[in-house]
Design a protein around this ligand. Structure first.
Ligand code: PAF
Length: 297
């Protein structure tokens, strides 16, 4: 497995791969790799014969300095995970090299960056869009793979690629979950045993909302109230947002749902070993409503 730290070297490597007729897939990550990332690598392998993983704790997407500081950095362990997963090349740049002196160019996906996680984390998606654009320019992939757990990020990357004309296919990979349904996240380690048990309410809320829709419920506010009720069963949970949105535009769902609708949740729990700080967990599901043409005979 190759390891590169400099964008220009990665570009030269990608040019050589392309010249040799190889198909490149990129899996961008912040490191602290877990089974969710392994699923992204496996998906990348299905689409390409050369898999590149980037490992970069991108400072521009952290709106709180403490959050950036606390983010786990474990390159040696991550490299071992990549080696075991059959990754061909890891790109692990230094922040100072990616954002050199005088750096001032940023990418903004103006509307999709605003709601949901964008409202709670101002500037977050500007940092994500910028680094994703830089990674696509460096790795020159045919395919780039992202998790559906970060649904808003995936929607924003699809828009970015379309708007800026990147010649790359964006592939979304379903969320990998623990045995009880909790979505895998590098943040889960910050839960106490007690809040870890409570965190199950996120997937329970998604399940109950889906069951209600399958049972014929279409009322947006009824579904939102149902989700809030389920989340309320966790005494330490503080809801950041519960939202029903169009899966592509992220526009508010109408009062009566008619088409597949994104249910997105973000919930804070107290952070282990730190008074006052929280762990913010997100999850989502596209509720299965038939589109009008699918219902036609
Ligand atoms: O989802 C992530 O891990 C990050 O936001 C990404 C896409 C690697 C950009 O830094």
């Amino acid at each position: 497995m190759d390891l590169l730290h400099v964008s220009r070297e990665l570009q030269a490597h990608a040019d050589a791969l392309r010249a040799a007729g190889r198909r490149i897939a990129l899996v961008p990550t912040l490191g602290a790799l877990h089974a969710g990332h392994r699923a992204l690598v496996a998906a990348a392998r299905r689409h390409a014969d050369c898999v590149i993983v980037s490992i970069f704790v991108n400072p521009t997407q952290f709106n709180a300095a403490a959050d950036l500081e606390a983010y786990p950095r474990c390159l040696e362990e991550d490299l071992a995970v990549c080696r075991e997963a059959g990754v061909d090349l890891v790109f692990a740049p230094e922040a100072e090299a990616l954002y050199g002196p005088g750096y001032q160019t940023f990418v903004e996906v103006e509307e999709l960056q605003q709601p949901l996680c964008g409202a709670s984390r101002p500037g977050h998606f500007r940092g994500v869009a910028t680094v994703v654009a830089k990674l696509l320019l460096a790795a020159k992939p045919h395919v780039a793979v992202f998790g559906e757990k970060d649904f808003q990020q995936l929607a924003l990357v699809r828009r970015l690629v379309r708007d800026l004309g990147f010649d790359v296919q964006i592939v979304g990979v379903p969320t990998v979950r623990e045995a009880d349904g909790l979505a895998l996240s590098s943040r889960n380690v910050h839960l106490t045993p007690q809040t870890r048990r409570q965190a199950r309410v996120l997937v329970e809320a998604l399940d109950e909302a889906e069951a209600a829709v399958r049972g014929g419920e279409r009322g947006r506010d009824v579904l939102l109230a149902l989700v809030q009720r389920v989340l309320g069963k966790a005494p330490d949970a503080r809801v950041d947002y519960v939202a029903l949105r169009d899966p592509e535009s992220l526009a508010q769902a109408p009062p009566q749902l008619e088409t597949p609708t994104l249910l997105a949740l973000a919930v804070h729990f107290p952070r282990r070993g730190s008074a006052g700080e929280t762990v913010r967990l997100i999850d989502n599901r596209v509720l299965p409503l038939a589109r009008a043409q699918e219902e036609a005979p």
